[in-house]
Design a protein around this ligand. Structure first.
Ligand SMILES: *Cc1c(COP(=O)(O)O)cnc(C)c1O
Length: 435
């Protein structure tokens, strides 16, 4: 099952997601609307988890990187599927904790966690805090002394592998805002401090080599470099490590040119990592670490679509056809941020030939407010529905109230039924904090 399976066309030529006609969803909940196929999310979680169980002897866990899509319901779903969660703010932590998510199975990341953030994490017994600067070590010690407790931590390092979509580069460039470079010795300084730190259990290492990655080579190289370093700080600094967190970054299909991955392909990624790790551990004589992987986009990205109603259509002869929709960069800023590509379909007329080239424009007061450029659709009419596909990751989670627009509601569908999991905003939400 991939996006193409979660989506289908019914006898009326309408798009269906999870067995529900999008026309019905639009009438029930209005547009713009984020829709997620719950069965798809659960299925991907299952494939990821089963693969780590099968190829790493069950000695590991998938932590959903919740910055991709965070709301109460997604923590319930991934929690029920036995996953942990990776969080990057107290807001994400609070959301997860508010639905009873097991705090032990959480990793807290970030390059600028404040004293208050760290205190919140320690108080709430978050499984691992991922160390990303030297002074936060001092803060954690202080907090633990005050609360008479201990805290488990991982050290975020840069292994010098950077992956981008179809390529990877091995770099020694230690200029990322995240983590400590192995290459220039910064990681050693942090590791030494952690070994000596009171109240801190220095449990392991973390890296995250990029996002929207399609080739396995970079993950293999990351395993090699991370296990080398794991061995070094065990041997040289006598750190008593037991955890290796290799981050996320598995790619998804957005538009022509991207590979189409199935859950089996994701399971295969995990298998590659596990096999390489088993091999490295054996060859280097390391005690087998507990493995954590943190996929975000690949769990929710293709599970989600966004429905819009077509508004004004502006044909600038010889130049462009603008098709304006009732959403925009306030609910999907990814084109504006990095020219992200999307597939767009005429959701009520999938049988009609796409023959006209459109630029899909949002309603914000900003020329750069585009959702997709150069997409082919049938001749469109005002009031019809369009769907943008693969919007499950980094859309709702990046939404804002720009131009005082309402953040759209989120709906889950499963087995032909739908339910609301984030309500639509209204005027009261818009002025809620205004004085
Ligand atoms: C963003 C991020 C992830 C998830 O990345 P995806 O590309 O969504 O899989 C995992 N771990 C860390 C530390 C991240 O910053």
């Amino acid at each position: 099952m991939n996006t193409r399976d979660t989506l289908s066309v019914n006898g009326n030529g309408h798009l269906q997601i999870g067995g529900v006609d999008v026309k019905d969803l639009a009438s029930l909940y209005g547009t713009p609307l984020y829709v997620f196929d719950k069965a798809y999310i659960k299925n991907i979680c299952k494939f990821f988890s089963e693969s780590i169980d099968k190829h790493y002897g069950g000695f590991g866990k998938i932590f959903y990187a919740s910055k991709a899509f965070s709301c109460k319901e997604i923590y319930r779903i991934v929690g029920d599927m036995g996953l942990g969660a990776d969080v990057v703010s107290t807001g994400e932590m609070f959301t997860a904790l508010s639905v009873g998510f097991n705090s032990e199975n959480m990793c807290f990341h970030g390059n600028n966690k404040s004293f208050a953030d760290l205190k919140y994490a320690v108080e709430n017994k978050i499984g691992y805090i991922v160390i990303d600067s030297l002074s936060e070590i001092d803060d954690i010690i202080k907090i633990c002394k005050e609360l008479k407790t201990r805290q488990k931590v991982l050290l975020r390092v840069n292994p010098g592998v950077e992956a981008h979509t179809h390529h990877y580069i091995q770099t020694a460039k230690p200029d990322s805002k995240f983590g400590f470079s192995i290459e220039n010795g910064d990681a050693d300084i942090a590791a030494k401090r952690l070994v000596a730190a009171d109240c801190i259990d220095f449990c392991g290492l973390h890296c995250h080599i990029g996002s929207q990655i399609f080739e396995k080579t970079s993950f293999g190289i990351a395993v090699d470099k991370m296990t080398d370093y794991y061995k070094k700080i065990t041997d040289v600094y006598h750190a008593n490590l037991s955890v290796l967190n290799l981050g996320g970054g598995f790619g998804i299909y957005y538009a022509d040119g991207d590979p189409k991955f199935t859950p089996e392909d994701y399971a295969d990624y995990v298998k590659t990592v596990c096999e390489r790790l088993n091999e490295s551990v054996y060859k280097k004589g390391i005690k087998k670490p507990y493995l954590i992987l943190e996929p975000g986009r690949s769990i929710v990205g293709e599970a989600g679509i966004t429905l819009y109603t077509v508004g004004r259509i502006k044909k600038i002869s010889g130049l462009k056809n603008y098709l304006s929709i009732d959403g925009g960069m306030f609910e999907n800023p990814r084109f504006a941020l990095y020219q992200a590509k999307y597939s767009v379909v005429a959701a009520e007329r999938l049988q009609d030939k796409p023959q006209i080239k459109y630029t899909i424009a949002g309603k914000c007061c900003e020329s750069g407010d585009i959702i997709a450029e150069d997409v082919f659709l049938p001749e469109m009419r005002e009031g019809e529905l369009v769907a943008v596909l693969s919007t499950g990751a980094y859309n709702y989670s990046m939404a804002s109230n720009y131009n005082r627009n309402f953040i759209p509601p989120v709906v889950m569908v499963e087995n032909g039924k739908s339910y609301l999991c984030v309500k639509k905003q209204d005027f009261n939400d818009i002025v809620r904090n205004d004085i």
